[in-house]
Ligand binder design. Structure first.
Ligand code: ZN
Length: 505
């Protein structure tokens, strides 16, 4: 008889395989599937989800994990196997906690909320969405109660995406960020250096952009023998296993930054997935640790590397070769500034990296307050606009461009902070890499960031879920998560572009 740990790993592998099948169905739906197949595909996905849920919550699996947790068994395990058992127990307990009926109810309410949200956007009328949002907030509170929390019910929701992170910590990190970014943005507005997107908003034919996207992925070290690039309406990354990790991109012929940076962003997610342990596929040591850490990888490559002078300088001749009519007689300096143009805008997804986190902080504060019962859904449009004015200095002309812009609130709350946490981790990690590899940016300027990838593989990717996310960051950088390095980085890059003396400390 196989021993129990082998049996557990086998079961977890089966769950991983079913999860991968779900992923393939989803990838196909978003890239290749004929539109008319959506009804059947919906049924197929739902069948597979049911199987996944049954496997993940089966009594057999629970008994096996619990028996491995018994002293006599547990003490015989090596350190890696102990972690696999511990995480399996966490996942199992969590899956069992959520009543199946509630999961179905939430899914149903969420899909109705989605329909109402689309209708509300069409009519530019918050009231159409309001009762659905109230209902979803109710479900978020319910789920928070089921998962449990110590101080704020919002803790329980954030924990879904970033284990161990508390509302208190978020308040402190985001507070620091706000205090630094808002005055810095003012300094940009008042700078004598004026930039614009004019140059990057010319007509850039699709074929040339596609070529550059592929080259960018190759340059950052994405392995095309274990992945592929396709097009989809909403770019995403999906890993079926470390040897099959697929990324997608979207090309806008009137805005050359989107596909280039978007591809590098997804490529960063892809590098993380390709760097996970092949031998541990299915168990915790072969899984990504959190959304925040995942986002730190994508943003590190997109922003710290992709938008940098060194990387763009390496790519600029390629841009000029693809688009001579736009760029032949344009200096690199002008191209770089247009690429990194900063301007407060209404829509989060199009925001530059200086203003981006303010969009997130606004959403975070509203989520936290509504979940803690301090504000009402009915006041959302007004609160949204007040915060936009306060943080970004602009007021949305409509709810469509304000409170109704994101799809996220048709589901449960707690997701938004991971975007900014990703930014913060990315700058902290990058700062540490530069300390350890001082000439890294010269290497990037030569089109070779492989040392950076090696470092991330070693410090982040290979650990899977061995540590909680904030511990992983602390181990990699020697410091607890802090907004300081992100603030420094924004100061350095944009202070140089806009000729602003160092101001944020
Ligand atoms: Zn991402």
């Amino acid at each position: 008889m196989a021993n129990k740990i082998t049996e557990l790993k086998q079961k977890l592998l089966e769950c991983g395989n079913i999860g991968a099948i779900s992923g393939i169905l989803e990838w196909d739906m978003q890239t290749m599937m004929p539109a008319k197949s959506s009804h059947f595909r919906g049924m197929q996905s739902s069948t597979v989800s049911g199987i996944t849920h049954n496997l993940a919550t089966s009594k057999e699996l629970g008994d096996l994990i619990n028996s491995l947790k018994e002293d006599s068994e547990y003490s015989k395990l090596n350190e890696d196997d102990k972690i696999i058992v511990d995480r399996a127990l966490e996942d199992y307990t969590k899956a069992k906690k959520m009543p199946v009926e509630l999961v179905k109810e939430v899914a149903q309410a969420s899909s109705e909320a989605h329909v109402a949200w689309e209708e509300a956007r069409k009519r530019d009328d918050f009231d159409v969405f309001k009762p659905h949002l109230e209902k979803m907030v109710g479900y978020s509170k319910k789920v928070a109660d089921i998962y449990g929390y110590e101080k704020s019910p919002y803790d329980a929701l954030v924990n879904e995406f970033e284990k161990g992170l508390t509302t208190e910590e978020l308040d402190s990190i985001f507070g620091e960020l706000k205090d630094a970014i808002i005055p810095f943005l003012d300094a940009i507005k008042n700078s004598s250096v004026k930039t614009s997107h004019d140059l990057v908003n010319k007509f850039y034919p699709e074929a040339g952009q596609w070529e550059l996207c592929n080259e960018a992925l190759n340059t950052i070290g994405y392995d095309f023998t274990r992945g592929r690039l396709d097009k989809s309406t909403h770019p995403f990354t999906t890993g079926f296993n470390p040897n099959d990790v697929r990324v997608t991109t979207r090309i806008d012929e009137n805005y050359v930054c989107e596909s280039f940076l978007g591809t590098i962003h997804e490529g960063g997610h892809g590098l993380y997935e390709q760097g996970l342990s092949v031998d541990n596929f299915g168990n915790a040591l072969g899984q990504s640790v959190s959304l925040g850490v995942h986002e730190s990888q994508s943003r590190l490559w997109e922003n710290l590397v992709g938008r940098s002078k060194q990387f763009l300088k390496f790519f600029y001749p390629k841009f000029q070769k693809q688009f001579p009519e736009n760029l032949k007689s344009v200096s690199f300096e002008d191209f770089y500034k247009s690429f990194n143009h900063v301007e407060p805008s209404l829509i989060r997804v199009g925001a530059d990296e200086v203003t981006y986190n303010l969009h997130i902080i606004l959403r975070y504060e509203m989520e936290r307050d509504v979940i803690e019962g301090k504000i009402k859904v009915a006041d959302f449009p007004e609160i949204w606009n007040e915060k936009m004015k306060k943080y970004l200095g602009i007021t949305p002309p409509s709810v469509l461009k304000g409170v109704l812009q994101d799809v996220h609130w048709t589901g449960l709350m707690g997701y938004f902070p991971s975007y900014s946490i990703g930014n913060i981790y990315s700058a902290q990690l990058y700062h540490k890499v530069l300390e350890e590899i001082p000439d890294l940016e010269d290497q990037i300027g030569q089109g070779d960031p492989s040392k950076l990838l090696d470092w991330l593989r070693e410090k982040v990717h290979k650990h899977g879920r061995r540590y909680d996310p904030k511990i992983l960051i602390e181990k990699a950088t020697g410091e607890k998560p802090t907004a300081r390095y992100f603030i420094d980085y924004i100061n350095d890059r944009y202070g140089e572009i806009y000729e602003i003396a160092r101001m944020m400390m």
